[in-house]
Design a protein around this ligand. Structure first.
Ligand code: FAD
Length: 268
């Protein structure tokens, strides 16, 4: 199949939606098409942790539907992952082989989670939390998992921890820095937030860098007792690839009263 569009937007999240609205303000006659690899209508990533806990239904995270695109005379193509862009011929090719010709192209493809270089990680089942399908996959596991490890105490990691705990999972957060949310709050505020989480049963291992994951043969049968969740910075902030040295005096909240019993499995 070979199709055409004056404006071709790849991606269907916030950047894409803002762009298409702005384009339509300027260009009333040109054709505009949105191609997204997602199989859903655009949704708010902000709500994904609440989809995991069940506080928000997946449908409630949807930002706009077919009527939105029809009203703006925008063609919206789901499950349309772009595999190649050829600027010299102004063409893109989708993974299914379809080709689109464009006059103007916007890449609004956002970010993807960066996986840290942890030995053995590929042997362990883990999730990331970036897309609606990620949160649905996590939901599907919750009935079977009793504990989860969240790597990273940034905004997404803390959101994930909050909502996994709400879903009844025993959560341990591992963070290489000495405080939670260190990019956002000072030590005092971060301590208050961590204590609040701890009062809801969330355990912390701060100042800890995960070096390796292992699966002991005798624990294979218990593989769903712990559900590692990667809450990673986006590709544009790939801090995991060069983790900073631990802060002087970095402390391990695991030794404080806010933590869960040490016997809780960290990795299965
Ligand atoms: C759990 C979570 C909570 C968040 N909470 C907040 C918050 O509270 N406040 C805040 O300001 N920000 C928050 N963010 C960040 C915010 O969601 C992002 O900054 C924002 O989504 C970026 O929008 P974007 O359009 O640039 O890219 P993205 O949202 O990453 O979207 C990229 C789009 O491109 C598509 N795509 C990628 N590759 C291809 C391809 N090859 N072919 C076709 N389509 C492709 C994807 O399917 C997707 O539609 C949160 C993010 C997450 C994951």
């Amino acid at each position: 199949m070979r199709a055409e569009s004056d404006y071709l937007i790849i991606g269907s999240s916030h950047a894409a939606l803002a762009a298409l609205s702005t384009i339509r303000l300027q260009e009333t006659e040109k054709t505009v098409t949105v191609l997204t690899r997602d199989r859903h209508f655009p949704y708010s990533p902000t709500l994904l942790p609440y989809v995991v806990s069940g506080d928000v239904r997946p449908e409630a995270a949807i930002l706009c539907d077919e009527a939105f695109f029809e009203a703006r005379r925008v063609r919206f193509e789901r499950s349309a992952a772009v595999a190649a862009v050829r600027p010299e011929t102004r063409e893109v090719t989708l993974e299914d082989g379809a080709t689109w010709h464009y006059d103007k192209l916007l890449l609004a493809t956002g970010a993807t989670p960066v996986l840290p270089a942890i030995a053995g990680l590929s042997e362990v089942r883990f999730h990331s939390l970036r897309s609606l399908d990620d949160s649905l996959a996590l939901c599907a596991e919750l009935g079977r998992a009793r504990s989860a490890v969240v790597l990273g105490a940034g905004l997404i990691g803390m959101h994930a921890a909050e909502n996994l705990a709400k879903a009844g999972i025993a959560v341990t957060v591992i963070e290489q820095r000495a405080e939670v949310l260190s990019g956002y709050f000072d030590a005092e505020a971060a301590g208050l937030i961590a204590a609040r989480f701890a009062s809801h049963g969330v355990a912390f291992r701060l100042g800890c860098t995960v070096a390796a994951t292992t699966v002991q043969p005798r624990q294979r049968g218990l593989s769903l007792r712990a559900l590692p969740l990667m809450a990673l910075p986006s590709a544009s902030a790939a801090r995991w690839s060069r983790p900073p040295a631990p802060a002087p005096g970095a402390r391990d909240a695991g030794s404080r009263s806010m933590t869960a019993p040490k016997s809780r499995p960290i990795f299965y």
